[in-house]
Design a protein around this ligand. Structure first.
Ligand SMILES: Cc1cc2nc3c(=O)[nH]c(=O)nc-3n(C[C@H](O)[C@H](O)[C@H](O)COP(=O)(O)OP(=O)(O)OC[C@H]3O[C@@H](n4cnc5c(N)ncnc54)[C@H](O)[C@@H]3O)c2cc1C
Length: 266
């Protein structure tokens, strides 16, 4: 809970929280009072609706280097953190410019590793909007998460619960891709389809077909542009994943003008 604030933390689904640590707090050797501050941002993995009820927000942090390791090892329950505010525009509001007539047919939520964090509140927001009867909500959502091994996947149970709450008329498919063999089977993670391999145009097209079918033309050919023609996308992960995502989306016919990105650059 942000100190000094009254009421619930105020952020949009998909935004990040920013912090500014002193080196002394982090226990950096020789980190004096005048040493540069260490800035880090982590996506808020809760949804504003939960925060309105609890007055708190959550972050889901992978152990990587200096500060994330400190958060895992040293941070104590009740300890104050140097919070500086919420920010970012990687939110479902990016879809709002399109009126019902120009809504994309579907949305891809593509995450590499811990890049899954913004997808949790974004999917929850899309499902909530659909449940509220919003007309400007894409009726198909394909969420792909790429990890090396299935046990590295975060937030799968929470996302499975959200997908199950999708109202009639909205289709949500979750796919967990493992890139180092031992692919998760759908039985391993409730509500998820398991698959193996990297993010490619073929993988996106195949799972869109499996989940939503494909419209065939008069001569039995796939309609122009492929099954993902005109789809919008939200993509989040490390820099290499982002590059691969753009190529895959282009190859699958998705609308790159509606590709929205958040890079977790370390
Ligand atoms: C908008 C945004 C949202 C983010 N959201 C999340 C989130 O939800 N969850 C999350 O876990 N992360 C998130 N991140 C990443 C996060 O901000 C940090 O970058 C991450 O936690 C690593 O910080 P650190 O201080 O622990 O690691 P750092 O000390 O900065 O190190 C980062 C990486 O570099 C490597 N490294 C460090 N020093 C060296 C060196 N000398 N030589 C070689 N390699 C080195 C480390 O091993 C580590 O892999 C987000 C980033 C952005 C920009």
């Amino acid at each position: 809970m942000p100190q000094g604030s009254s009421g619930a933390p105020s952020y949009a689904p998909g935004q990040y929280a920013a912090f500014e640590f002193t080196q002394q707090l982090l226990g950096v050797p020789d980190g004096s009072d005048s040493a540069p501050l260490v800035q880090r941002t982590w996506t808020v993995s809760s949804h504003p609706r939960q925060s309105a009820q609890t007055g708190t927000f959550t972050m889901t942090i992978k152990r990587a280097g200096l500060v994330s390791s400190w958060m895992h090892d040293e941070l104590r329950v009740g300890q104050a953190l140097p919070f500086r505010g919420f920010g970012g525009d990687f939110t479902p509001a990016l879809l709002d410019g399109a009126g019902p007539a120009t809504q994309p047919p579907g949305v891809l939520l593509l995450a590499g590793g811990i890049g899954i964090t913004p997808m949790r509140p974004i999917l929850e927001e899309l499902v909530a909007r659909a449940a509220a009867g919003g007309s400007a909500v894409p009726s198909k959502v394909l969420l792909g998460l790429w990890v090396q091994r299935a046990d590295q996947a975060a937030l799968t149970r929470e996302l499975g619960d959200i997908a199950r709450r999708a109202p009639e008329g909205m289709q949500v498919q979750l796919v967990l891709f493992t890139t180092r063999g031992g692919g998760a089977s759908s039985g391993d993670v409730a509500g998820w389809r398991g698959a193996e391999g990297r993010l490619t145009a073929a993988a996106l097209s195949e799972h869109a077909r499996l989940a939503f079918g494909v419209r065939l033309g008069d001569e039995g050919e796939e309609h122009e542009g492929g099954p993902l023609a005109g789809w919008a996308s939200f993509v989040c992960g490390p820099p290499g994943f982002m590059l691969g995502a753009e190529a895959a989306l282009a190859g699958a016919g998705a609308d790159l003008g509606r590709m929205h990105t958040e890079a977790f650059s370390y």
